[in-house]
Design a protein around this ligand. Sequence first.
Ligand code: SF4
Ligand code: SF4
Length: 476
Amino acid sequence: MSGYNEPDLHWIENESFRDHLSTVTQDGKRKWIFPFKPKGKWFNKRKFVAIFFYAVFFITPFIYIHGRPLLLFNFPEGKFILFGFAFWPQDFIIFGLMMLAFILFIVIFTNAFGRIFCGWICPQTIFMEMLFRRVDYIVLGNAQTQKLLSKAPWKAEKIRKYTLRYTIYFALSFIIANTFLSYIIGIEELKKIVTEPVSMHIGGLISILIFTLIFFSVYVFLREQVCTNICPYGRLQGVLLDKNSIVVAYDYQRGEPRGKFKKGDQGDVGDCIDCHQCVNVCPTGIDIRNGTQLECINCTACIDACNYIMEKVNRPKGLIRYDSENNISNKIPFSFTTKLKAYSTVLVFLIIAITALLITRKNVDGTLMRTSGMTYQEQGSDSISNLYNIKLINKTLKNDTLQVRLENLPGTVRLVGNPLIEIKPEQQVAATFFIILPKSVIKERKLKIKVGLYNKRGNVNQLSSTFLGPIKRTGN
Ligand code: SF4
Ligand code: SF4
């Protein structure tokens, strides 16, 4: 069982924190969190990561590789582009395996390094803590001022500050919503929505407005609740972490028993001076001294706060630090456990399978089906035909012209209409054709047929289906 399901919290005398949520008052109302502004070494590092994230997030939609966007997640059309490679519903096996590999990577990473993703890379945390929270400090003032202002009556100053705050929040949400939408429909489509007459893009404009309102609501109302109550990844921490995981942790061996700071001899008191600075800076309102909790997003604010205090009271830094429960309690350093080795092996196999599928992926893919509700047709006295529907997708950026040939049986293919299938770049096309077989080769009621697709350079793919013949009568 995970060490954090039943943590060893022997050093805590008052365990009342177990009976309530940090963001809910005794009478069940929302308790708004006004964390102190963090500062320190770890916060500076996170600032650099956030700047890098903003650059990647806002620039990526403009990056194209060989005429395709770097990333595109066009759910309405079922088209996805990852690093310039287009994936269609026909590639769902590769796409599914990629998702599986990504999830497994997160599991391995979380088991080894805890919820580090949440504090450092998660867009929700970066936007909340490094953007919208900054707006609060600039417009409303420090944590204490924000708290007082929230309780103050709606007078001129509060109205002015909150109006400015919400205006900035809305503008930022609008920018984020536009960027977010460009990952779905592509930057070119977004440009059209922005530059062409409103009447031509009513749907697009409604989408932008809906996304803007969603982001606005998330950062005005939900805030830390996304991480503590909504995000499924956060909910999984109890099963993903173990005592070997590196997390933001309080060194209770060093800190306890906690006691107020006194100059001179500390007697039996530990290094924690119970100043509550680690709690004051926490954006989820928890006390890390109560052990690892699901609400902790590993933002490192408490590490910086405690290091600052340790420096002031002339004690070694690192009372709160990145460490594992095993190292703090038993001085067992991090090791690559059997569980991690097993997960990593599966991940390697998945990556090999994805690579193989990507290498063997066809430029033209599709589905071939006998027209439903139809049986065979007699063609003169010596032949039988079946009618087929073919749906093809051109995954390349070039026009192609395809010929359909029967591969495994002597017979002919007769397309309805044009004898060749014209297919535009990144488009799907449907066609109908007959396959005509001489009766002499129809030895069973159902035959397996293979159809080859050829362009002027040769075979591009092969599809299979069945051919229905008459029931062979025996006797008489
Ligand atoms: S900031 Fe450090 S010293 Fe202060 S209460 Fe937290 S753990 Fe103790
Ligand atoms: S406990 Fe520390 S690391 Fe965890 S969310 Fe609070 S401040 Fe951030």
